[in-house]
Each structure stands twice: as C-alpha cells, then as structure tokens.
Design a protein around this ligand. Structure first.
Ligand SMILES: NC(=O)c1ccc[n+]([C@@H]2O[C@H](COP(=O)([O-])OP(=O)(O)OC[C@H]3O[C@@H](n4cnc5c(N)ncnc54)[C@H](O)[C@@H]3O)[C@@H](O)[C@H]2O)c1
Length: 275
C-alpha cells in the first residue's frame, strides 16, 4: 500500500518537467491526481501514463492565470475524487530581461503565473479544506493536508535578468509562511521547495539563442546559454544539475505522513548550491 492511498492531489503545470514527475510520483504512492497544464496534449499524456500504470488521474487543462481557474481546479478534485488533500503550485515559466527593458506586461505576466495563481487556487481550496477539517474534528479524527509551493533560489537570493521572477518566487515564500500560520488550525502543512538548477525545458541549453515556448500565442524565449551552464555546474557542490525526478522527490516528501509536523519551511533543492 502506498503512503498516499485515498488522498487526492492537484498539481499545476504537470504536463511536463518537474510537475509531471511530481504527478507520477504522487500517483505511484496511491494518490488520485488532477493533472493541469496550459497545453492539453502533454497533460492528457500524463493522465494516460498514470492510468496505464494502474493509478487514478483526471485532467483539468487550462491557464492557471484564468480568473475562474482556481474554482475549476478544486471542483475537478472534489467531483472526480470526492475531496482534496494535496495542493502543489508548480506551473510557470520565465520571461527574463534586465529591469530597464522589462515591460509592465512582462512583470504582470510572471507575477500572475507564479504568485497570483497560487493565491487564487489556495483561496478556492479553503472552503473545501476547512469544511473537511471541521467534519473530521467532529468525528475526533485528525487528517493532515499538504500544500507545497514551488519557489526558486532566485526568489531567495535574486538573479540578474529575473526581477519579475525573483519577486514572484519571493512572494510565494511569504504566502507559504502566512498560510502555514492561517491553516495550522485545519491541520494543513504548508511548505515550499526552492529549486536551484533542474534540467527541464525551462533550462535547456540554448546555443542558438534559446528555445521558445508558446504562452497563449505569445512566443517567449527560455533556456540558458552554454557558458552560463558550465559556470553554474562549477558552483554546484554536487557538480551537476538535478533531474526532474530528483526535484519531484523533494516535493513529494512533504506530502508523506513523515512530514506531518513540518510546516512553514522552505527547502532548497539545489545540489548544495545556495545562491
Ligand atoms: N528548472 C529549474 O531549474 C527550476 C528552478 C527553479 C524553479 N523552477 C520552477 O519549477 C516549476 C516547474 O518548472 P519546470 O522547470 O518543470 O519547467 P517546464 O517548462 O518543464 O514545465 C512547466 C510546465 O508548466 C506549464 N505552464 C506554464 N505556464 C502555465 C500556465 N500559465 N498555466 C498552466 N500551466 C502552465 C508548462 O506548459 C509546462 O508544462 C516552475 O514554477 C519553475 O519556475 C524550476
């Protein structure tokens, strides 16, 4: 029997990268998983992968920044699986430039996806979580629920070219610490994981000037140049970037019963790199 049997998890941006690994790992421990991504095809592929492995998953595709997304996401968990136990705020992308070239739209887009969307999702989850906690208390039962917000070393220490992203990821740390205090009464553990350098589409080597991603019709350049990559590897004590599975492992451990007395913490998953 898995550690998360009977629990229901919602994971944003789980069509690829770290989010996909988180969704697959949660399902392999027995959780029901609602998979979300901006891109429906990779999200459906993750649902299919989980179901083919004998797990349970449902899809809630769409942009996490849509005003009604939080309600729709939470409703998918309750209608498909009858509850909500684990919320993972992972979706996001980078849109980098130095501050003097950064437009308001660029600032707003990154704050919206990395900070406002998690706020809206958690706000939508509150009535479900508080009602469940109240019912469990009346039955004399304590059931821990878990929130893990995905931050970044950039949010803790800053990173040139990422004023928008660093500010958003720092804001997520504040949201994490505040909700740990507000939601302790519901037996919810709220923690964050700040990644260093994990090998995904977001950080793929961009020798030819960079990969682009499509955010609702807008082509946005991501990726890092090979010189920066070599320099980064030299500063990581473990000497290499992390894999999506390694990154996911450090998130999923916060959802296990072993972490039921850990809340309001920010774990740096960076191979020893501290910024
Ligand atoms: N890769 C790293 O080194 C690194 C470092 C620090 C933090 N992070 C964070 O980890 C998280 C996952 O990133 P990743 O490296 O796996 O990137 P990724 O690009 O491989 O995966 C991110 C997924 O999120 C989805 N997504 C993006 N915007 C979305 C939106 N508005 N609505 C719904 N889905 C959306 C994308 O379609 C994609 O499938 C992000 O929050 C990122 O900021 C990554």
């Amino acid at each position: 029997m898995g550690k998360l049997e009977g629990k229901t998890a919602i994971v944003t941006g789980s069509g690829r990268g770290i989010g996909r690994s988180i969704a697959v790992k949660l399902a392999s421990e027995g959780a029901n998983v609602v998979v979300n991504d901006l891109d429906a095809d990779p999200a459906q592929a993750v649902v299919d992968e989980i179901v083919a492995a004998g797990g349970r998953a449902a899809m809630c595709a769409g942009n996490v920044t849509a005003p009604d997304f939080g309600e729709r996401f939470v409703a998918t968990a309750t209608s498909e699986f009858g509850g909500l136990d684990i919320v993972i705020n992972n979706a996001g992308y980078t849109w980098d430039t130095v501050i003097q070239k950064m437009g308001d739209d660029q600032w707003d887009a990154i704050l919206d996806v990395h900070l406002k969307a998690p706020f809206q999702i958690l706000r939508a989850a509150q009535p479900v979580i508080s009602a469940a906690a109240k019912a469990e208390k009346a039955q004399g039962v304590r059931r821990n629920r878990k929130v893990v917000n995905i931050s970044s070393i950039a949010g803790l220490y800053g990173n040139p070219g990422q004023a928008n992203y660093s500010a958003a990821k720092a804001g997520l740390v504040g949201l994490t610490r505040t909700l740990a205090k507000e939601w302790g009464r519901y037996n919810v553990n709220v923690n964050a994981v700040a990644f260093g350098f994990i090998e995904t589409r977001l950080t793929e080597v961009a020798a030819d000037g960079g990969a682009t991603i499509d955010i609702e019709g807008r082509e946005i350049r991501v990726g890092i140049n090979p010189q920066l990559l070599a320099a980064m590897n030299a500063t990581i004590p473990l000497g290499r970037p992390g894999t999506p599975d390694e990154a996911a492992g450090s998130v999923v451990m916060f959802t296990y019963p072993e972490s039921d007395y850990v809340s309001g913490q920010i774990l740096v998953t960076g191979g020893g790199y501290e910024g």
